[in-house]
Each structure stands twice: as C-alpha cells, then as structure tokens.
Design a protein. Sequence first.
Length: 292
Amino acid sequence: MASKAVQLNERIGAVVRLDKMKGFSNSCVDFFGRQAERWMALYQEKYQFRDRLALFTEKLSARLQPPARVLDFGCGPGVMSIKVAQMGYEVVAVDAADRMIEVAERERRRCGVNNVTFSVMEASSFSFEAASFDAVICSSVLEYLDYDMALLGNLARVLKPKGVLLLSIPHKFSILGRVEDFLARIHPLRSNMGAEGWKYSARRYIANELVKRLCELSLGSFERTFFEIPVLGKLGIPLSRVSVFGLMLLISAVKEESPSLSRRNRPRCQGGIALAAKRHRPELPADSHEWQ
C-alpha cells in the first residue's frame, strides 16, 4: 500500500521517484551549483527574471512592512535575498548548493548588505523553529523535490500567525509548459537549448489542488499571478499573466491567526480562490476554472 506521502503527492499530480526520498539528488544540487554565476547574470540580462524579482518584492511589501524576519528557502545566488534585505527586512537565506551560497555571500559583501545571512541547508535538514518568521519565500524549489509536501508543511510551520508565504511553482495547464516538457524529452536539443535543468524538475502543479493543501496548513487570503515566458523579452511580460501562457504561478497566502479552529468553525480561504479543505474530500470552489 502506498505511503501517505506518496498518496498526497499523487493527489496533486506529482511524479514521485521512490529512489530519491531525501529531497534533492546530488546531481541536481551539483548542476545548479555550477550554474550559480549564470543564474546571477540572468537577473540582469533577462526580462522574465527581472519580472520575477519585481513580483516577489512587490507582493511582499504589499502584505508585510519592514522590519520583519524573512526566510528565503532555496535562495540560489542570493539576488532576491539581497534585494529584500535592501528593502529593510531581516533575511535568513539558505540553499542546498554550496556554490550558490558562495556566490551569494560574495555579492552580499560587494553590496555592503549586513541584514541577510546565507547558509547551506537541504530540505531534508530543515531545522527552523515553529512560528519564527514573518514571511517565507520559496521560489521554484518544490518541483525539484520528491517529498515536496513535507517541505511545504515545514514552510507553513515556521510562519508566525499573519505571516506571509510567497511560493512559485510551474503550473500544469500552461501550453508553453507542455511544449517545454516535450522539448526536454528530445535529447539532441537539450545541450543546444541550455535546458539540462529541465530533467531535474519532477512535476507541474494543479493549482487548485495545491491551494487545498495550503488551506489544510492553515493558510488563506490567496492571491495568484501567472508569470514567465522565456521568449519575446519585455513584450512577453503581459502575455505571461495569462494562465495558458505563463510557465509559472506565484501564490501569495497568509497564515491564519487561529489554526486550532475546529473544522466546523474554520473560515473560508479568502479571495474567492478556494474553500478550506475538508479532512477527506475537499470541495473545489465555484470559480475553480480560473485556476486551471
């Protein structure tokens, strides 16, 4: 009989590889570590990366004013962490790749930013205390983990009441995402397209199902923004806001003040996005087609 973790991942349309139960594979971490300098440059060279940075920082500042303590889990080369710190937040940033942290720390020193710390941490070694952060950022991390829902539970656990979660994931119903998946299976094109990283992404998410899980973790007040098209430059930004084109989905949510409320008295998730999930068979909201 499948484990509860496997059943949960299957329910949200995930592909679970049982041979990698501890999070990131070594080859995945090594690959992204080798990309550290390139990843840093992308935030300067590519409109879609600058758009990602702007979306996260705007959503954060709209919901939470500095000073506040922010966790950036899967910080990469630290571009977003440093930007958030420059906005006045106290930032704790971690990544599984040693090289990413080296590049991030070098950039921190160059920028003269002292209110952000960088350290190496894998999802399987998550060690932060409950209710210890005012906000959590997790940008394009879950899809690389086999037991992604375990990490999601930890991210929710460390949020304080009224804390803000900013989470980005690839969503399943993007036409461009399906094209990307097809191209990733054509081996001769991989090296030419610089798309080796595609093979480490285990899944795309059905947004409604992910929102149900977030409701179960006592989050609500959802907002969503579709983003990222790897072509068309600046012209692709407005087009990426359309769900069938944008590769990625940014979900913004707030931790409920009273997660101990009984199921009968638990409030609806705010924003018309989803109802709080029932224990066994959560119901979709009437406007669920908007999240497809």
